[in-house]
Design a protein around this ligand. Structure first.
Ligand code: 13P
Ligand code: SF4
Length: 304
């Protein structure tokens, strides 16, 4: 089937069956083009929560669909590609979190949304890249165990030197392997450019950045800026989206475009297949879902 025919069929099935299609900023541009809403992790949670539709197709990775399903037990959430996973979310087990809790019993566990439902279920509050700083301030704890991303955890700890932050060893290969030397070399080629980075990058990259924020925050920064050239340190799907939204701005990858293989699994065909045959909705078993709901809800309530 031609791409235009697939797109048309998606639109007609979506309307007929009453589905909301959400896509993360890292999805390829074809998938983004059929979505009702494209955004960062927190925005996707909010859109799923306020959706008038009870059926949601979430184009992203499994932890995103799981989080939407836990938060909205009355809705049916579908992930078009069953094996679309976040590598970082798979790096940490709940036992590793429990061991950290045992060593630091008065610390609150702040868990990045890029984690399994099991890890969330043993955490005190969930955060995303867009609200981690706000929530670390709001929970008013003198000690935080930050899991799983050690780079985002380092970013939080540097923002609050008065808080003791204990880190887990996980990281995102897409961001961790953007090296400061590569960013500096790119900047030498484009001296007028600004450096914009996702907080999953390593601290030396964040140190030389003009702005640090979530995927959507980076897009908003570019939209609001009068500048024309930006080196963007995050996954390539975000850069693709920015090039479409801002065709007259120069959106530059640091040396090599970085790809998240989990995010890139979803295609127009997989979106169509899930609409044609919406079986296998995401279901998080009891009591994990019930326990994980508490820290997710706490995040949603505190991040308004
Ligand atoms: P955002 O919440 O900033 O979109 O980040 C999600 C993610 O997976 C980054 O790698
Ligand atoms: Fe996970 Fe990294 Fe992919 Fe984001 S870019 S979904 S953190 S592997």
């Amino acid at each position: 089937m031609e791409k235009s025919d697939i797109t048309e069929r998606i639109k007609s099935l979506q309307e007929k069956k009453g589905f909301l299609i959400l896509a993360h900023n890292y999805q390829n541009s074809e998938v983004q083009s059929v979505a009702d809403f494209v955004g960062d992790s927190l925005e996707l949670c909010k859109e799923a929560q306020k959706s008038p539709y009870s059926n949601i197709v979430l184009c992203g990775v499994s932890f995103m669909a799981e989080t939407a399903a836990i938060l909205n037990p009355d809705k049916n959430v579908y992930l078009p590609e069953k094996n679309a996973h976040c590598t970082m979310a798979q790096m940490l087990t709940p036992d590793a979190v429990l061991a950290l809790k045992k060593n630091h019993p008065s610390a609150q566990v702040m868990c990045y949304v890029n984690s399994s439902a099991e890890v969330k279920s043993v955490s005190d509050i969930i955060c995303t890249s867009s609200n981690a700083i706000l929530l670390a301030r709001k929970i008013e704890s003198e000690e935080i165990i930050f899991v799983p991303d050690r780079n985002l955890g380092t970013y939080v700890s540097k923002s609050f030197p008065e808080i003791k932050v204990w880190l887990a060893p996980a990281f995102c290969y897409v961001h961790h392997e953007i090296y400061p030397e590569d960013v500096i070399k790119t900047k030498e080629k484009f001296p007028a450019s600004l450096i914009l980075s996702h907080p999953e990058c390593q601290d030396p990259v964040l140190q030389i950045s003009d702005f640090v924020g979530s995927t959507s925050a980076i897009l908003k920064y570019v939209s609001a800026s009068a500048e024309k050239e930006f080196i963007v340190c995050t996954e390539e799907g975000m850069l693709e989206r920015m090039r479409i939204v801002h065709p007259h701005k120069n959106i530059i990858s640091p040396l090599m475009p970085r790809l998240c293989y989990g995010m890139k699994k979803t295609s127009l065909q997989s979106v169509l297949s899930v609409l044609e045959n919406p079986s296998d909705k995401i279901s998080v078993p009891y009591p994990i879902a019930e326990k994980a709901f508490i820290p997710i809800k706490r995040m949603m309530d505190l991040s308004v």
